[in-house]
Design a protein around this ligand. Sequence first.
Ligand code: AMP
Length: 142
Amino acid sequence: MTSYDDANIFARILRGEIPSHRVYEDAETIAFMDVMPQGPGHLLVVPRAPSRNLLDAAPDTLARLMPVVQKLARAAKVAFAADGVTVMQFNEPASGQTVFHLHVHIIPRFAGEPLHPHSGTMEKPEILAEHAERVRAALAAG
Ligand code: AMP
């Protein structure tokens, strides 16, 4: 198996070396806005523990990740008054993975509206900031 490279962009975000629109963090996990959203409110949930993806992650990392995914999926659905939520996760390039630190995508969905392309268009920072604020507000409202 290919090994973990800690120069990947999410490891750099975790270390605070590059900025992100962070909406949530705890001792094991962070979540921030995807900069090339496949729909409004597209979030990424990232465990702090290093692994390339699901295939090499420790079971304990996965067990701690899923409750946070659920919390953020619920908040994103409320924040964007969505009809549903898509949760996705890719493993290795053949599957579509482009950043090699485990992460889960959360995308609010609206009836009849298709997803935008994966890693498509960069969103404006002010829109990402506004969307992040909506998610934080939904989390705070609990
Ligand atoms: P994946 O194909 O599952 O590895 O997805 C990586 C995701 O990370 C894509 O949806 C990208 O739009 C997103 N992405 C790449 N760079 C950044 C970044 N600096 N901040 C937030 N999201 C990013």
